[in-house]
Design a protein around this ligand. Structure first.
Ligand code: APR
Ligand code: ZN
Ligand code: ZN
Length: 361
């Protein structure tokens, strides 16, 4: 029987979010209902509310979540009621051309639940990134649930659902950061800091954090940055070269999503180095670079989708490393808040006051 729960919706463009009754259907084939325990507040939720992603209002917001599986559809075997899971927004299909070639982290046909959650009056909701987890319960595709060690706290585990996984994966999966590498990370919000923590975990010899806000650089040090550069007062390309024997870093991770910071990343890497773009640009942004430099500097210019993560491979491993004290995921949680404080959390995020506010249910 469908259930009624409380959830946070974005009713219309730029309107304040509010709590509504959400109708969650029973899971059908390939689906699961998850009792949400924690869900982080991400920029993407704010972009949905601002109408920056699609105009399919109303949205059920929230997508960085962990919780316990409550019910599964008839054919679901990978997860079962009682499993502690982290939700992901790229449930791989297993059949597309990427999956068939053994590269499921690139899956080109990821999926979500088929049925729709609705408001009490039947209005269909569009769940953020196919999740919608600022709610007591949510309906997802079973493939969006990844079992992890239940000893981790839900507010920490949920972080892997989006920004923190994107940052760690940008370094480790996309950038291939390994022992002895020099790494620079431009933009030290949640994503950039996670790239720093990931680089530290992978054994990078030098990790240079770049931001325009000294508070962010301070936090970056706590994540494993060995050097910091305030690019408001110092040319970051010069500074990164100076810190790397005059050459540039092996891997430069751009975690802002702007042409000017991308250009800094491009010139701050060593010859044959790698640039990873994990910051998300907006449609009007354009990049202009001398093609001869693109050729002459060699190496790789890559983008990182969700940290090129494979949830079934990466989530349990990263949670285990955290539980062993080797990955400080807890440092990303600036504050825990209640369901009715999401609007306030957006404001704090906008002012750069938090790495992550996490709704705890
Ligand atoms: N140079 C360096 N750092 C900058 C610049 C700049 N020109 N402009 C902004 N920053 C810094 C901010 O001070 C902040 O610390 O970039 C950081 C961005 O962090 P957040 O706003 O917290 O964003 P985050 O969640 O880390 O996401 C970063 O990745 O997933 C995408 O959409 C997301 O594009 C965004 C990016
Ligand atoms: Zn696929
Ligand atoms: Zn997100």
């Amino acid at each position: 029987m469908a259930q009624e729960v409380r959830g946070v919706i974005a009713p219309g463009k730029d309107e304040a979010v509010r709590i509504e009754t959400i109708v969650v259907p029973d899971p059908g084939p390939g689906e699961a209902v998850v009792r949400v325990q924690a869900c982080g507040v991400c920029h993407t939720d704010l972009h949905y509310k601002q109408g920056g992603i699609t105009d399919e209002f109303p949205f059920l917001l929230g997508h960085e979540a962990a919780g316990v599986v409550e019910q599964v559809g008839p054919d679901v075997t990978d997860v079962a009621p009682g499993d502690f899971v982290v939700l992901n927004w790229r449930a791989v299909c297993g059949r597309c051309r990427a999956c068939r070639r053994g590269r499921p982290w690139y899956c080109f046909d990821t999926h979500n639940a088929r049925q729709k959650m609705t408001l009490a009056d039947g209005t269909e909701l569009a769940p953020a990134l196919g999740i919608g987890a600022f709610a007591e319960k949510t309906l997802v595709a079973a493939g969006q649930c990844t079992k992890v060690d239940p000893r981790v706290s839900p507010q920490v585990a949920g972080l892997l659902g989006c920004g923190v996984m994107a940052g760690i994966g940008a370094a480790v999966n996309t950038g291939g950061v390994t022992r002895g590498d020099t790494v620079a990370v431009i933009g030290c919000g949640g994503v950039g800091d996670a790239a720093i923590a990931g680089s530290h975990l992978a054994g990078a010899a030098k990790i240079i954090a770049v931001d325009i806000d000294d508070r962010k650089l301070e936090t970056a040090r706590g994540m494993g940055a060995t050097h910091t550069v305030n690019s408001r007062s110092t040319d970051p390309v010069e500074a990164i070269r100076e810190l790397t024997g005059g050459f540039g870093a092996d891997v430069v991770i751009e975690a802002v999503g702007r042409p000017e910071t991308y250009e800094q990343a491009f010139y701050a890497r060593d010859l044959a180095g790698t640039v990873v773009l994990v910051g998300v640009p907006t449609p009007e942004m354009k990049l202009e670079l001398p093609l001869l430099d693109v050729f002459g500097r060699g190496g790789a210019l890559k983008s990182s989708w969700y940290g090129d993560c494979l949830p079934s491979r990466d989530f349990p491993m990263l949670i285990d490393l955290h539980l062993q004290g080797r990955l400080p995921l807890d440092k990303f949680v600036t504050e825990t808040i209640a369901l009715d404080e999401v609007e306030k959390a957006f404001e704090r995020m906008h002012h750069g006051d938090v790495l992550r506010s996490v709704v705890v249910l």
